[in-house]
Ligand binder design. Structure first.
Ligand code: GLU
Length: 308
């Protein structure tokens, strides 16, 4: 299979699509992004990489950062994390607050905002926010094997200023004792991790360890155990696209995590890692054309966790 020809063809076909979804506008800094941006990058376990479109342009990875933060938090506290966040699909929006009341401040999973805020709180324990943020950034840089990756301060500030929902979630969980640090510090960590910027090429590289039993095939570094990599993939498949997770599993058939910046990271266990970027979102807050691109890649390569 000529992967380069495949992604070039998909990019060309999707260029003509008129409906590109809505760019996220609740974070003012993200609303400025050109909806016509589009990129695909694939990194394979044998060290090859393929890319097309704006694949060298950094974008806000937003909730895709939740995957790296989860891996880091599990490394710190192990399975004890599951006392503070569960592992069930939420079936509700990324920033929903209603479930939290019924479930006594324990979020459904680490990929909805409430769960990711708990994960940020775990990473923050015993540190200053600056150190925790540095640790997350370091993890991403090691995974991507690229020290140039940075956090965009304008985006984190923009989120901080507009983050009323996330502040509500964090305060609500704090009232149940499930946020241990001062709420503004935990939120500071969370907003900064969401403001990490990466290109599709960097992101595809950073996802490779999840396709390869926790070990980065290019550097040989063991990032996490094989067991954890499998479980993170399971959570990406069941919870990676909020209440669009079932549809993503149905259409694409691969573990994936989306972000409101329009990026999606998808993992093909044993084969490859794929990053796509198209800023327009569907109703569930997932990249519209990014999902379509992954669907086409999966269809034409027969890559799926559900069989050939
Ligand atoms: N930073 C975003 C928020 O907290 C992340 C949401 C997302 O990417 O889905 O609202």
């Amino acid at each position: 299979m000529d992967l380069q020809a495949l992604i070039d063809e998909i990019a060309e076909d999707l260029l003509r699509v008129e409906d590109r979804g809505q760019v996220a506008n609740y974070i003012p800094e993200l609303a400025k992004i050109d909806a016509r941006k589009f990129a695909i990058a694939i990194a394979t376990l044998d060290g090859a990489s393929y890319s097309t479109g704006d694949a060298r342009e950094p974008f806000s990875i937003q909730s895709i950062s939740k995957v790296f933060a989860l891996a880091l938090a599990l490394g710190k506290v192990g399975d004890g994390l599951w006392n503070r966040v569960r592992r069930e699909p939420s079936g509700s929006a990324f920033n929903s607050i209603v479930q939290l009341e019924h479930e006594h401040g324990i979020p459904r999973n680490p990929f909805i905002n409430a769960g990711a805020i708990v994960v940020a709180d775990v990473i923050l324990a015993g540190h200053q926010p600056r150190e925790a943020i540095g640790e997350i950034l370091r993890f991403v840089r090691v995974a991507a094997n690229d020290d140039t990756i940075r956090i965009n301060p304008a985006v984190s500030r923009s989120e901080q200023e507009a983050g009323f929902r996330n502040a509500a979630l964090a305060n609500y969980m704090r009232s149940f004792g499930n946020i241990k640090n001062p709420v503004e510090m935990t939120l500071g960590v969370y907003f900064h991790q969401c403001a990490v910027e990466m290109t599709c090429i960097q992101l595809a590289q950073a996802g490779l360890f999840l396709a390869n039993g926790g070990r980065d095939p290019t550097t040989g570094i063991s990032v996490i155990s094989a067991d954890r990599a499998r479980r993170i993939n399971a959570l990406m498949l069941t919870c990676g696209h909020y209440d669009g997770s079932g549809d993503f599993a149905f259409k694409v058939g691969l573990p994936g995590k989306s972000g409101v910046g329009g990026g999606i990271l998808a993992v093909v266990p044993g084969r490859a890692s794929i990053a796509v970027w198209s800023p327009g979102l569907n109703r569930q807050g997932n990249s519209l054309l990014g999902t379509r691109a992954l669907e086409l890649i999966a269809q034409r390569t027969n890559w799926s966790v559900f069989g050939p």
